[in-house]
Ligand binder design. Structure first.
Ligand code: NDP
Length: 328
């Protein structure tokens, strides 16, 4: 039987560890579509899963990797055919169903998205869950009335995966973008992605009043905690915040004042269970009018052996942009 490499996450006596192992196709979780994987990516959730930092894995052992792109080997579902280029992100991937850190994945057909025409597998994974989330956040804000004429849009955690793609996409769509980042040596990088202004999170005057001076028409927030609370206090009338992450914490301490006096909206962004119709339309936009313009500059490519060091750096908030895992 054909054997292949997989990066599998184990738990023993409450300790989580992960390592490369050899598996066969029959060892993979069941599903209608068998994919020969070419690329995966590294997201914050992958780091939480493989290091046991966050209790995000729901079944051990499981192959890590919440994202994958590759080519269909066999399909028991007529929607997909042998040789078709596809991608899978979210759902149970890498946490309760064997994920993308392997040479093959076997997944339910309902999770599979055809790779948009004119998008390579490597680019799809450079976007990955983080970039998809940024795009979903922007689409949801647009549905709630955001447009470039409304005023500046702020992206916090701007040098990270979600943040970098958000800056790039928003600038490409014609928004005036302010990036807020803890990486004081990366301001030029964020300007290059399209930010017209870059602010340091270390010197930001946040103020404590329930209503501060209004600044932002929109906000993409992968950070949470105090930063998100401050965003609620500084949104313009009818401003829209897309809450999509917790890099700084899960708590939110604010008041109802910005909601009832300024009509602001706080939108929750969930890429994992995003319905398939919306999921496909997000990917279609990422391949057309919302195509990222600086994927190359924001992406680094690694191999399985480099996963552990990449997870550590990501959890320290030290990674810039996106990381693609080249599989074959
Ligand atoms: P990254 O690590 O690439 O980016 C996170 C960025 O947040 C860091 O680069 C850093 O940016 C900033 N940051 C880190 N720690 C802190 C802190 N203590 N205070 C303030 N800012 C901080 O991760 P991703 O972009 O992949 O993911 C970001 C978040 O979004 C995670 O919480 C992740 O779980 C979540 N997420 C949610 C999804 C969803 O479906 N809702 C999907 C994908 C991700 P800088 O140095 O520039 O400030």
């Amino acid at each position: 039987m054909h054997r292949f490499n997989a990066y599998r996450i184990f738990e023993k006596e409450g300790q989580v560890s992960a390592r490369l192992v050899e598996l066969g196709i029959d060892d993979l979780d069941p599903g209608e579509v068998l994919i020969r994987n070419s690329h995966s990516s590294v997201n914050y959730k992958d780091a939480l899963a493989a290091t046991g930092t966050g209790r995000v894995v729901r079944r051990f052992p499981v192959i890590g990797g919440v994202d994958v792109a590759g080519v269909v080997v066999t399909s028991g579902d007529t929607r997909f055919w042998e040789g078709e280029a596809v991608l899978v992100t979210g759902y149970g991937m890498g946490v309760e169903h064997d994920g993308g850190y392997a040479e093959y994945s076997r997944v339910p057909a309902d999770w599979v998205v055809p790779l948009p025409l004119e998008m390579s597998s490597a680019d799809a994974m450079a976007i990955g869950t983080a970039g998809f989330t940024a795009a979903l956040a922007i689409m949801r804000m647009e549905q709630n009335g955001l447009k470039p004429a409304n005023g500046p849009v702020v992206v916090v955690g701007a040098s990270g995966g979600v943040g970098s793609v958000a800056v790039d996409l928003l600038a490409g769509l014609g928004y005036e973008v302010t990036a807020i980042s803890g990486k004081d040596d990366q301001h030029e990088y964020m300007r290059h992605l399209g930010a017209s202004q870059v602010l340091s999170r270390h010197t930001l005057e946040m103020g404590k009043k329930p209503l501060e001076k209004t600044i932002w028409a929109g906000a993409v927030d992968p950070v949470g905690g105090e930063m998100l609370a401050w965003l609620t206090r500084t949104m313009k009338q009818d401003g829209t915040i897309a809450s999509c992450g917790l890099a700084a914490g899960i708590e939110l301490h604010t008041t109802v004042m910005p909601f009832i006096l300024r009509g602001i909206s706080l939108l929750g962004i969930d890429s994992v269970q995003c319905p398939m119709a919306l999921r496909r339309s997000v990917w279609e936009r990422l391949a057309s009018d919302m195509r990222p313009r600086h994927l190359k500059e924001m992406t680094r490519t690694i191999h399985f052996e480099q996963l552990p060091e990449t997870f550590d750096a990501l959890l320290k908030g030290a990674v810039k942009g996106r990381v693609v895992v080249e599989i074959q």
